[in-house]
Design a protein around this ligand. Structure first.
Ligand code: ADP
Ligand code: ADP
Length: 542
């Protein structure tokens, strides 16, 4: 090891080319002897949205607490703490100098959106209107409520909001404040793509039009790309140390991160690159038909939501992606397949065992992770199960913890493992990306794909992260209609056709990055955007 890691080298089997410059310097903060150390800080800029890209547990919250003036950094020294003047001295001549001077003088105010919105009801009693009215400092609340479609839940108790509604209320509450510095820790969980794009535009407008400093942590790379002006990559060993790089252009930052190698730092952060395919993946290897379902309709009652499903076939051995806005009937369709709901027309006596991971994971009993998982599969602990499930989902470290003590991302990984470990004909995962960091999304995608291939399993995945869909799905099923009123489900189709249909509904076009082939959202009304729309090629540049 290089003497920094507390436990084991995070760069297993990787030759360390060069110790990064940052690690030869003092940290900005160390919590104690042999405790977590943070190297480097993001540099807020007025009028700009700065992004941080990296795994959880790497010191983002620590960095923000320093930038908010809540935590006085110790530069790694514990005997005599240096104080802000010395910290300022250490940052003289860097982009952070003026900002740190303001923090020292107590001149920085901050608004922040927490990562886990599900916990907001624990700390607030009252309805949406009461929560939001306390935050209306810029006179922008009405517009935020309108554009984030919060109107219908204004009088609803915070306890009764869905995850997607809580997320939009939390974003509005943060952006409505009038402060110097805004920090948003993940904006996309539980939001559909339309809502993600809207949130990104609102954040950009706050920076550009109000000249505010905004810092975001975001794991949906398509949205991060749209949102940020510059990017800091964060790497290190979660729990041991974290390094925040100097700012990079968003394109380079994401490309270097995906490639696993940071150019300026001369640093390898992952043994293998994350690769996207130039063409729609694996449509050629069609399996046998697992099940055919007829046209179906389902209504929740007079004047309530109704869904029409075009009959189709699901193939053995495929990963079928499901996309569409929130409230359009995706879960309703899933429940029709699982027999939890009976259709009004059509027959779903499909005779299928389905293993289902719901969107909101609620496994919080007082039970250890290992006990919980071994109650689901007798494969638990076998070398096969360890290699295919536990390792890619990074479960080893949390096996002895209680389900009720897990973080959002940990709970998600356990729930994905539980779903895949059950023996079933069809595996249905609703928003597996929620609360996973980028690395975990890629690992989970690989685990799900490999599982489908090796177990001849059929998997259906509902998700809003375009990168994850691109990595995961063989074919796509597109839902459209009017959310909460009526939905229509098309039959499964090839990725490219499905993406074209889906993105045309949203009026968003994607191109492929020249270097890495990753999908990138085109700027609205740019030349490429207009050209692709006129050619009907929303997903791939022609
Ligand atoms: P992130 O926001 O990237 O998930 P954090 O900044 O919250 O990461 O935490 C980074 C590491 O620092 C974690 O391992 C955490 O346990 C540790 N840590 C956070 N606060 C303290 C503290 N007050 N004392 C000791 N360790 C801490
Ligand atoms: P999605 O999974 O696409 O977000 P859902 O299938 O969960 O959509 O919901 C579609 C619509 O049906 C929503 O407006 C939802 O409020 C409504 N809905 C869901 N379940 C019920 C129910 N049991 N009774 C009445 N309305 C329902």
């Amino acid at each position: 090891t290089c003497g920094i890691c507390v436990e084991k080298c995070p760069f297993d089997a990787i030759e360390i080319i060069n110790l990064p410059q940052e690690l030869q310097d003092e940290p900005i903060h160390r919590y104690g002897e042999n405790a977590f150390s943070l190297y480097g800080l993001p540099a807020p800029q007025e009028g700009q949205v700065i992004g941080i890209l990296g795994p959880n547990g790497i010191g983002k919250t620590t960095a923000v607490r320093i930038l908010a003036g809540e935590l006085e950094p110790n530069l790694g020294r514990h005997e005599e703490e240096p104080g802000w003047d010395e910290v300022l001295e250490a940052y003289r001549g860097t982009e952070l100098q003026d900002y740190i001077a303001d923090v020292r003088d107590g001149d920085i105010t901050i608004a922040r959106k927490p990562q886990y919105v599900d916990q907001i009801p624990n700390s607030f009693d009252g309805n949406t209107r009461q929560l939001l009215e306390r935050t209306d400092e810029r006179g922008a609340l009405d517009e935020l409520v309108e554009r984030l479609s919060i109107g219908p839940v204004m009088e609803q108790s915070i306890d009764d909001l869905s995850g997607g509604e809580l997320q939009r209320v939390a974003i509005a509450a943060t952006l409505a404040r009038d402060t110097d510095f805004y920090f948003l820790d993940e904006v996309t969980p539980y939001l559909d793509i339309g809502q993600r794009v809207t949130a990104a535009r609102l954040i950009r407008e706050l920076a550009e039009e109000e000249d505010k400093s905004v810092l975001v942590v975001e794991h949906d790379l398509a949205i991060l790309d749209l949102l940020a002006d510059t990017l800091h990559v964060a790497y290190g060993e979660p729990g041991a140390y974290g390094v925040i790089t100097p700012p990079k252009s968003v394109r380079n930052g994401i490309n270097e991160y995906l490639s696993g190698y940071l150019d300026n730092e001369n640093m390898r952060i992952r043994p293998d690159p994350i690769e996207f395919e130039e063409h729609a993946p694996r449509t050629e290897t069609y399996g046998e038909t697992l099940v055919e379902y007829p046209d179906l309709t389902k209504s929740y009652g007079e004047g309530e939501f109704s869904l029409e499903v075009e009959g189709g076939a699901i193939r053995e051995n495929e990963v079928l992606g499901i996309v569409g806005p929130n409230g359009i009937g995706k879960s309703t369709f899933a429940k029709l397949l699982t027999g939890n709901l009976t259709p009004d027309d059509g027959d779903t006596d499909l005779d299928l065992d389905i293993s289902y991971k719901p969107q909101y994971v609620t496994i919080d009993q007082h039970m250890r992770v290992d006990a919980f998982l071994s109650s689901i599969t007798d494969q638990f602990g076998s070398s096969y199960w360890n290699t295919e499930i536990a390792q890619p989902l990074q479960l080893e470290r949390i096996m002895e913890q209680n389900l009720s003590d897990l973080s959002g991302g940990e709970r998600q990984r356990v729930a994905i493992a539980a779903c895949l470990s059950d023996s079933a004909d069809l595996y249905l995962l609703d928003e597996p990306s929620a609360h996973l960091d980028v690395e975990q999304r890629v690992q989970a995608s690989k685990a799900i794909r490999r599982y489908a291939e090796q177990q001849d399993a059929t998997v259906m995945v509902i998700d809003h992260d375009i990168y994850m869909m691109d990595l995961l799905a063989d074919r796509l099923m597109v839902f459209d209609g009017e959310p909460a009123v009526q939905g229509h489900a098309g039959r499964p189709q090839p990725m490219r056709d499905g993406m074209n249909e889906f993105l045309a509904n949203l009026e968003v076009t994607f191109r492929r990055d020249e270097r890495t082939s990753r999908p990138r959202i085109n700027k609205p009304e740019s030349q490429l955007d207009s050209q692709q729309k006129s050619e009907g090629e929303y997903y791939y540049s022609p």
